[in-house]
Design a protein around this ligand. Structure first.
Ligand SMILES: Nc1ncnc2c1ncn2[C@@H]1O[C@H](COP(=O)(O)OP(=O)(O)O)[C@@H](O)[C@H]1O
Ligand SMILES: [Mg+2]
Length: 361
């Protein structure tokens, strides 16, 4: 898994066994490999890449992924590879790169990739895809909320067993995307994110800026909805800077604080909408945003009814949850099981997600 934060590759090796529809799972290995600077720079602002650059990066990333997986020296039967999102334009298409042919050839296993387009062909958003994973992990006697804070944040509610209510999920707005960009600008790229939220902790909320930011049309778009660089990428960030450039050191800290509050508030608004219909006690958080303590503190204050915790079940934690998710989606593909949830993506039908590339021996 390589998410929109463009920080690097998350890996998770999972052994599935037992019942086909509801397998047992064991996490055998997890890891994170930071992207080389050249990928980081390109993927932090993918919308400006031209066709030639996209093709070159598709190949270069495909080779890099094959190198990383080969170096791990692990044994496995299949790879599920999400790839790096370059453009996310539902209802037309969603483009991920990282050509799978290099992994298939070097590792001699099938690679499942292109997870989003089968859902888009059914009229869906092609996102979010993690809700079926949330359902697999958290389905039980109580309603549960699951949140992922990557570059973008998404929230899922999993109704309790035998409930008549559907699984619902949508992107709530930015996760770390705007915070990361502000920190990179503030520190002239010495830091790529606000480690533990320490900069935001030194800032004060700029309520006027927050009010302005909350006017973004995405927040009033009805689900199914999904977001990407198109909504919360560099263009939008530069637009904010044009209107509210933080001119002093303290104003930069206030700016980063305000973006952190924006992420928390927009997550909380979506959670509160779901709390009108569902009765969860727990919200389990995944994604790198979990490690931003300031963000988590603000979120807890915004949602006092919920117990908010990092995902922590059977070797799955906030760092590897999404990578685990794509292992599970690859498992579903191999077993011909659908991977999308129409009540979430808006697709007409459930479909098996992904394209399978078999190695030519
Ligand atoms: N220790 C930390 N403190 C604060 N933020 C962190 C920390 N570790 C990771 N993050 C945030 O998480 C992001 C990466 O999260 P990730 O789940 O990989 O997102 P994505 O799926 O978009 O790549 C980083 O860009 C950073 O903003
Ligand atoms: Mg990442």
């Amino acid at each position: 898994m390589t998410g929109s934060s463009a920080d690097g590759l998350d890996l998770c090796l999972v052994h599935f066994s037992g019942d086909r529809d509801d397998p047992d799972y064991e996490v055998l290995y997890s890891g994170e490999i930071p992207y080389p600077k050249i990928f980081q720079r390109a993927f932090q602002n993918p919308l400006v890449l031209d066709e030639g650059q996209i093709n070159d990066l598709d190949q270069a990333l495909g080779i890099w992924l094959a190198d990383q997986v080969t170096n791990l020296n692990l044994q496995f039967d299949c790879i599920g590879s999400h790839g790096q999102t370059i453009k996310h334009n539902p209802p037309d298409f969603s483009l991920q790169i990282g050509n799978p042919i290099f992994m298939a050839e070097r590792l001699k296993v099938p690679v499942i990739y292109n997870f989003r387009n089968a859902d888009i062909k059914q009229g869906g958003q092609g996102a979010p895809l993690i809700p079926i994973v949330d359902q697999f992990l958290f389905k039980g006697p109580e309603d549960v909320l699951a949140l992922n804070i990557g570059g973008i944040s998404n929230l899922t509610v999993i109704p309790k067993q035998n409930s008549d209510l559907p699984v619902l999920a949508w992107d709530t707005g930015p996760g770390n995307s705007l915070i990361d960009k502000a920190v990179q600008l503030y520190t002239t790229n010495k830091l790529s994110f606000d480690c533990e939220g320490s900069i935001a902790a030194q800032g004060k909320l700029n309520s006027i800026l927050l009010k302005h930011l909350l006017k973004h049309e995405f927040y009033s778009t009805q689900p199914p909805r999904s977001a990407g660089q198109e909504q919360f990428g560099l263009d939008y960030f530069n637009q904010i800077l044009k209107e509210f450039y933080p001119g002093t050191d303290q104003k930069f800290k206030d700016f980063i604080r305000t973006l952190t509050v924006l992420t928390a508030k927009t997550i909380a608004t979506s959670a509160n909408d779901l709390l009108k219909l569902y009765s969860p006690h727990f919200l389990f958080v995944g994604g790198g945003g979990y490690y931003n303590s300031t963000l988590m503190r603000i979120l807890m204050n915004e949602l006092p009814r919920l117990q908010i915790e990092g995902v922590n079940i059977s070797g799955i934690n906030p760092k590897n949850k999404e990578a685990f998710g794509f292992a599970y989606l690859a498992y579903r593909h191999l077993n011909n099981l659908p991977g999308n949830i129409p009540s979430v993506t808006g697709a007409r039908e459930e479909v098996v997600l992904g394209t399978r590339l078999r190695p030519i021996f």
